[in-house]
Design a protein around this ligand. Structure first.
Ligand code: PLP
Ligand code: SF4
Length: 335
């Protein structure tokens, strides 16, 4: 039997941790002893998607290392402003797939509910960085309409809560939404796409675990970790709690230049995920979103990386390399 030692309790409530998130490049560099080491893009140019990172995530960065893989995911480098051909504001065609306010339906049987535009962290490579959330009304006041649409379409068996990050909403709202969804007989599974167990582990608290345990749904939680260093003792505890509440845990990763584009980094991530009972699911090629061109790893290199990964890991720890292509009936599996 494996016993897990408890990490020291995180003292703040998640709401408090969220409101204390760092939102200034100079402050972030100063905390890491890196003042003047990285050049940030002008604030005005990223007004829609400013720097945002919770302190507990900063605590996992290496002090004094400008190439730290966690720092690089959140730091708004000046490179974001350089023009790049072929990089778009909506690279995956999400605007076209909005079937009613707040619902994205691209694939058979699955509907993705945009519950909120908010995230606890702003990942600089995010393909939703230009998404006009307020226009597609992903607000709780519109949920009724979304629920009615889901109820009227019997081909849908799985609802995916996404956003933004659905767990940045309060539990009373989420519990009500999930209870309403559970009234729809043809819905079998509830999937939650969230980065919060990794970037704000405080969020996985009793009130969340309570409604997860209470629902009739089979609950699948797809987390998003890109690097083994992200899964510290606090994140581990959060994941164990979700597992104990009955969730199936999967991980998706974005392949990012300078962050995880090596066999060592990807295999360490898979091993770490396995330690905490999370199955590697997808390894995404970067969506070509404007401002993220400096993270791109080309497909030929990506395929080679996955082939090399397969040589050092058991098959079940090798994620599927996928790309999102507009108009396709599923994610496109490359390897
Ligand atoms: C990725 C995605 C899904 C889920 O796809 P799976 O292959 O089942 O993980 C569902 N809807 C949309 C809009 C997506 O982008
Ligand atoms: S948590 Fe997910 S949705 Fe939010 S900014 Fe990061 S990648 Fe984008």
């Amino acid at each position: 039997m494996i016993t897990h030692s408890q990490p020291p309790k995180l003292k703040q409530s998640w709401q408090h941790a969220l409101s204390n998130a760092i939102n200034n490049a100079d402050d972030l560099l100063e905390k890491l002893g890196l003042s003047g080491h990285l050049q940030a893009i002008d604030k005005d140019k990223i007004r829609q998607f400013p720097l945002r990172v919770p302190q507990s995530y900063v605590d996992k960065m290496r002090y004094g290392d400008a190439n730290d893989p966690l720092l690089r995911q959140v730091f708004p480098l000046i490179d974001e402003g350089y023009p790049a051909e072929g990089y778009l504001t909506d690279p995956v065609g999400d605007h076209l797939a909005v079937t009613s306010p707040g619902i994205l339906q691209k694939y058979q049987g699955r509907a993705l509910l945009l519950t909120t535009g908010a995230c606890a962290i702003h990942c600089r490579y995010c393909f939703r960085r230009h998404f006009p959330y307020s226009d597609s009304n992903p607000l709780s006041s519109q949920w009724q309409q979304s629920i009615e649409q889901l109820a009227s379409d019997e081909t849908i068996s799985e609802v995916i809560l996404s956003g933004g990050d659905p767990l940045s909403l309060h539990d009373d709202k989420l519990a009500k939404l999930v209870a309403d969804l559970a009234e729809i007989p043809h819905l079998k599974r509830l999937r939650i796409h969230t980065r919060l167990p990794i970037v704000l582990p405080e969020r996985i608290n009793d009130s969340l675990l309570n409604w997860i345990q209470a629902t009739r749904f089979k609950v699948v939680v797809v987390i998003h970790a890109n690097h083994a260093n992200e899964i510290d003792a606090h994140a581990e505890q959060a994941l164990i709690s979700l597992k104990q509440a009955g969730c199936q845990l999967l991980n998706q990763t974005v392949l990012l230049r300078g962050i995880n584009d090596s066999v060592e980094s990807l295999s360490a991530l898979s091993e770490r995920l396995n330690d905490v009972d999370v199955m590697p699911y997808y390894l995404h090629l970067l969506d070509k979103v404007a401002g993220a061109q400096h993270f791109d790893v080309n497909q030929v290199r990506a395929v080679k990386l996955v082939d090399d990964l397969r040589k050092v890991l058991p098959g079940y720890l090798v994620p599927r390399l996928v790309r999102e292509q507009q108009g396709e009936a599923s994610k496109t599996v490359i390897r």
